[in-house]
Ligand binder design. Structure first.
Ligand code: AR6
Length: 179
């Protein structure tokens, strides 16, 4: 199973793990809700680890729209920044592929504006928001590989997948993208 590739000057890697336990990354991406409040899944874990200041910081920036990304400090997390991305609710927010791609593209653009070198993504929209995993992985990996071919400060993108199955599906999609 291939879990890393080089794209331009950057590495793209797939790991199984917890997005809040990536201390070597400059920024992690939150699968946020529009109000930038705690919620469950990734957002619950990130807010829990960052502390209540994260929700306070989010209040000033909310609400955000599907496909939009905003940046805050990471507070008690070991990272420098949290990039809050609102993925599409599958079956409601249209067109889903473009809105999901926008999350990945805008997150990498914001990371570059901040001069960050490493970013970790969860599988945005594939939990509570119901986006089919394989389609989401295709959009995510295609968008990130396209973005990494452009000049940027970002040298490492890590997909942090929660389950072994999520990791396997992403690895299959990555292999298909290269053929
Ligand atoms: N680290 C990495 N991945 C995780 C973690 C974690 N700690 N926890 C869950 N996942 P979700 P969404 C996986 O629901 O679909 C929230 O309530 C999870 O298994 O977090 O964009 C927000 O407040 C799934 O594969 O995000 C929003 O209302 C993936 O991360 C809403 O859910 C995304 O699941 C956002 O829904």
């Amino acid at each position: 199973m291939q879990t890393s590739i080089t794209v331009g000057q950057a590495s793209l890697e797939l790991v199984q793990g917890d997005i809040t336990a990536q201390p070597d990354l400059d920024a992690i991406v939150n699968a946020a809700n529009a109000q930038l409040t705690t919620g469950g899944g990734v957002a619950g874990a990130i807010h829990g680890a960052a502390g209540p200041q994260l929700a306070r910081a989010g209040r000033a920036l909310a609400p955000i729209a599907p496909g939009e990304v905003v940046v805050t400090d990471a507070f008690n997390l070991p990272n420098r920044r949290v990039l809050h991305a609102l993925g599409p609710v599958y079956g409601r927010d249209e067109p889903p592929d473009e809105l999901l791609a926008s999350c990945y593209r805008q997150a990498l653009e914001l990371a570059a504006e901040e001069g960050l070198t490493s970013v970790g993504f969860p599988a945005i929209s594939t939990g509570a928001f119901g986006f089919p995993l394989r389609s989401a992985a295709e959009v995510a990996l295609r968008t990130v590989t396209d973005a990494l071919r452009q000049p940027s400060s970002v040298r490492l993108v890590r997909f942090v997948l929660f389950s072994a199955d999520d990791l396997r599906v992403h690895a299959e999609v990555l292999a298909d993208l290269q053929t």
